[in-house]
Design a protein. Structure first.
Length: 316
């Protein structure tokens, strides 16, 4: 015997509410419509669903068993409705984000945590890469968006780029570095110390070469290369080595009191950190909510960085 699932749901609502009128209101139906459903179901089964003369209504053993099945369907329906509502408002879903390693580790990871404090049911999948890999991953639909530095976006690339932070590099060192004791720092003095080279493929590697050339040299003493941000920081903390980093990354570690930026101006890259997505994409609400959170977080970060920069006297 096949029983209409909707009839079981109505039965469950009546049993839960203790009356036909109340059960009908719970489902947004009329009392006569639910009464007809229950009468038709009893006729089909050939058995009563409720004990006659009891108020509030009390189900028979068969009525209770069928109502339990209907309640499971009702619960599943409510969960599905909540899921759809959460998805539409960006409260549930999956966000696949890729980004350049140093920025992801120093800045974005904390912003992800802040986002999930407000949207705990959104899952974040993070991956690493530089612009060529990230752009390919977006095109192949392996990630939804990328957070990376870009100097120029080709017209007709099918991508849109929203700037988050202008490019601003500094020379980073440990907080007790000898160069910090100098009242006036001469740029070429930087070449007297060993350097940490950024990972291969990183835009910072090209920035380091530009810096060396601006100091009138063709090469510098590279003592360590290819490590992660954490390894570079730990290496700096235990040595007099220098490296080139985005100022925002050094700023993110200011409270650790382990590394800092030398007060010397260096060439700035003609690029900006930003959000990269496909132009024609209709992103899921969770992705749009995440992107909005990242934009807002960087607005706040930009104000803090500017205030911090004003407290530092950069050398010429």
């Amino acid at each position: 015997m096949k029983i209409d699932e909707r009839h079981l749901v109505q039965l469950a609502a009546v049993v839960q509410a203790g009356g036909v009128t109340e059960g009908a209101m719970m489902l947004g139906l009329t009392q006569p419509a639910v009464s007809r459903t229950l009468a038709a179901l009893e006729k089909r089964l050939g058995e009563p669903l409720f004990i006659r003369g009891r108020r509030p209504l009390q189900p028979t053993p068969l009525g209770r068993a069928l109502a339990d099945h209907g309640q499971a369907m009702l619960n599943a329906s409510r969960k599905a409705s909540a899921l759809v509502e959460g998805f539409r408002h960006g409260r549930t879903g999956l966000v696949r984000v890729g980004g350049t390693p140093f920025f992801m580790d120093a800045l974005i990871a904390g912003m992800v945590a802040g986002f999930q404090n407000a949207f705990p049911d959104v899952r974040i999948e993070q991956s690493y890469g530089y612009l060529p890999e990230l752009r390919a991953a977006i095109v192949a639909d392996r990630i939804d968006l990328a957070i990376c530095p870009i100097d120029m976006l080709d017209e007709g690339s099918g991508m849109r780029f929203q700037e988050l932070l202008p490019g601003r590099n500094v020379v980073a060192c440990r907080i007790t570095h000898p160069l910090l004791l100098k009242r006036r720092l001469n740029g070429p003095e930087l070449l007297d110390y060993p350097w940490i080279a950024p990972p291969p493929g990183s835009p910072l590697l090209a920035d380091l070469r530009s810096l060396v050339l601006s100091l009138g040299a063709t090469e510098t003493k590279i003592r360590y290369a290819g490590g992660s941000l954490t390894s570079a920081i730990n290496y700096m903390k235990a040595s007099d080595a220098l490296t080139i980093l985005p100022h925002s990354v050094v700023f993110a570690y200011r409270n650790d009191k382990a590394i800092t930026a030398l007060p010397v101006n260096i060439p700035h890259p003609e690029r900006a950190l930003g959000l990269l997505q496909r132009t024609e994409d209709l992103s899921a609400p969770a992705t749009e909510a995440f992107a909005a959170h990242i934009r807002k977080s960087f607005e706040n970060l930009t104000h803090l960085i500017k205030r911090h920069e004003q407290s530092v006297i950069w050398g010429l």
